[in-house]
Design a protein around this ligand. Structure first.
Ligand SMILES: C[S@@+](CC[C@H](N)C(=O)[O-])C[C@H]1O[C@@H](n2cnc3c(N)ncnc32)[C@H](O)[C@@H]1O
Length: 215
């Protein structure tokens, strides 16, 4: 069972193999030019450097993360100064150097809405199947009706009952609706022996978007 404690323990014990030192290449490749000051939501953000890249493009970025350790590491690693305040169960960290806030707490308690865009890397695939529909519904409810969405999904062979979970294309479409489109697919097992060494014959990483209305 993937509970909040599972994730807190992963951070406590430093088992954060999902964290990338750089900015995600698919984010750079597939993020469109949105109007400056667009409000971008990054659910389950960890201490991702993608937050910084998005904020540096001029967007108002809000990341939501359960683990206080992740938040503190993110702020410390990047030498950010910040202010904090509490809103019910959520602790809000407002970064001074960039238009960036990190909300520490359970994403399902986060109720702000009207975001213009959403970036999901390793968030949907972190959710167990029992919570995945709720996760996507809760995310979509945070967005404006014509928001841009970029999702990175994974599909691999074999059984694995810990995140990241493998999702069929049909499940991604049924979760996000017919407007989501697959825009790229890369079999990481072809380029990185790590995956074949772990027994995967394929390990596909796909990028999906819900395009802007005028595209
Ligand atoms: C697989 S990691 C991905 C982190 C980040 N998106 C990245 O690309 O590095 C999933 C993250 O979601 C966080 N998380 C899991 N459940 C959560 C919840 N209910 N609310 C907020 N964060 C959550 C975990 O602590 C973890 O940092």
């Amino acid at each position: 069972m993937i509970t909040n404690d599972f994730w807190l323990d992963r951070w406590q014990t430093g088992r954060i193999g999902f964290h990338q030192e750089g900015v995600d290449s698919k984010l750079i490749e597939f993020w469109p030019a949105l109007p400056k000051n667009s409000r971008v939501l990054v659910p389950l953000c960890g201490k991702s450097n993608d937050l910084i890249w998005l904020a540096e493009q001029g967007y108002h970025v809000t990341g939501v993360e359960l683990s206080s350790l992740a938040v503190i590491q993110f702020l410390g690693d990047n030498d950010f100064t910040y202010e904090t305040h509490q809103e019910d169960e959520l602790k809000i960290y407002t970064v001074k150097e960039l238009p960036l806030r990190i909300i520490e707490g359970d994403f399902f308690r986060f109720k702000e809405s009207g975001f213009d865009a959403c970036y999901d890397r390793a968030a949907m695939v972190a959710m167990p199947s029992s919570k995945r529909v709720n996760y996507v519904e809760h995310t979509v409810a945070r967005l404006s009706p014509h928001a841009f969405v970029l999702v990175i999904s994974l599909r691999y062979d074999g059984d694995k009952n810990t995140p990241p979970f493998s999702l069929e294309d049909s499940e991604v479409k049924s979760l996000w609706g017919n407007q989501i489109q697959k825009i790229a697919c890369e079999d990481l097992a072809q380029t990185n022996p790590r995956y074949t060494e772990q027994g995967y014959t394929f390990f596909e990483e796909s990028a999906w978007h819900i395009p802007l209305k005028n595209e």
